[in-house]
Design a protein around this ligand. Structure first.
Ligand code: C2E
Ligand code: MG
Ligand code: MG
Ligand code: MG
Length: 301
């Protein structure tokens, strides 16, 4: 780090103003990273990390099907921090392994509580960092977590980003294949953002393709749109994979995704990630919806 700073200073001497700005930005970044690193352990101990839940819906009837758990950092001085501000750093300094375990535990605790209260038994998706894949204890840790809360592994969906698959396909096939054998549902996150070949897709131990938000937006913006998306969805069907579209923001996107056979949707069009008590309100809406449907069915008999 110091070396990078010194290098930036040296260049600054030669190129003046432009690099002075670069120097300042770099220094600010290093200072920020250092401050985050200094406070992450105590933040975990003081419960400053919290999970937010974003609902996932079945595309054909827009009924609630699950949730994705997304971490938030509520820092007493800096305020609310979004994952983009700290996850990349935690992936570099290794802290992500601890934080992810904390998030998985919290997600399972929520599922246990919902079950105990007789609420609908949906699944929760958690993110598994690329760094976790190299943790030899990963399977054991995940099994212990679901067992602690007396849940079948299938209630926990594991989201692993596409680029982790291309980075080290062999490792993924071993590690993630084992997790899948244990009963966890495996989702390839951010599909379409990286360069996984379709050939590789067929060899990967996955259950769900989660289409990247940018990928969907880019494809739909093209004049001759939907070709690639339709192709991917057909391919997924042929491989017996479920397809989730993330980052759905408009009605138009929803309608078109339904037309081409996508299974589930998640995005701001429906709801942003929210604290757990706000999420629970969705359950009563779901119940009401189901009751209304039952009544309609009865009336039609
Ligand atoms: P991701 O797993 O792909 O999660 C989806 C991100 O897109 C979330 O951002 C979510 O809030 C956002 N999003 C959902 N719908 C929409 C939409 O309609 N429009 C827009 N513009 N955005 C939408 P978030 O919560 O900021 O998380 C960013 C990334 O940080 C996640 O991407 C994931 O890679 C990582 N992350 C979050 N929580 C965790 C965690 O607990 N562990 C690990 N390892 N990574 C996490
Ligand atoms: Mg995700
Ligand atoms: Mg991701
Ligand atoms: Mg994603």
């Amino acid at each position: 780090c110091d070396r990078a700073l010194l290098a930036a200073r040296g260049i600054k001497g030669q190129y003046g103003k432009y690099f002075a700005e670069y120097d300042d930005a770099l220094r600010d970044q290093l200072l920020r990273d250092q401050a985050i690193t200094n406070s992450m352990e105590s933040a975990l101990a003081q419960n400053q990390f919290e999970i937010y839940l974003q609902p996932k819906y079945r595309i054909w009837d827009e009924s609630l099907a699950g949730a994705e758990a997304l971490v938030r950092w509520n820092h007493p001085e800096w305020g609310f921090q979004s994952p983009a501000q700290f996850i990349p750093l935690f992936e570099k300094n290794g802290f992500i392994t601890k934080l992810d375990q904390y998030v998985w535990d919290k997600a399972c605790a929520v599922l246990r509580d919902w079950d105990d209260r007789g609420l609908p038994s949906i699944s929760v998706s958690v993110n598994v960092s690329r760094a976790d894949i190299y943790n030899a204890d990963l399977a054991q840790i995940l099994m212990k977590t679901v067992q602690k809360y007396n849940l079948p592994p299938s209630r926990l969906h594991l989201e692993i980003t596409e680029s982790a698959y291309t980075e080290n396909p062999k490792q993924i096939i071993d590690t993630v294949g084992h997790l899948r054998d244990l009963g966890f549902i495996i989702e390839m996150d951010d599909f379409g953002s990286g360069y996984s070949s379709l050939n590789m897709l067929n060899e990967m131990p996955i259950d769900v393709l989660k289409l990247d938000m940018k990928f969907i937006q880019n494809e739909m913006a093209k004049t001759n749109s939907q070709g690639i998306l339709q192709f991917i969805i057909n391919l997924a069907r042929w491989m017996h994979l479920t397809v989730v579209a993330e980052g759905v923001e408009t009605k138009d996107q929803l309608v078109r995704l339904r037309e081409i056979g996508c299974d589930y949707v998640q995005g701001y069009y429906f709801a942003k990630p929210m604290p757990r008590n706000a999420f629970e309100v969705l359950f009563s809406e779901k119940r009401q919806l189901e009751q209304d449907l039952d009544e309609k069915t009865l009336q039609s008999l």
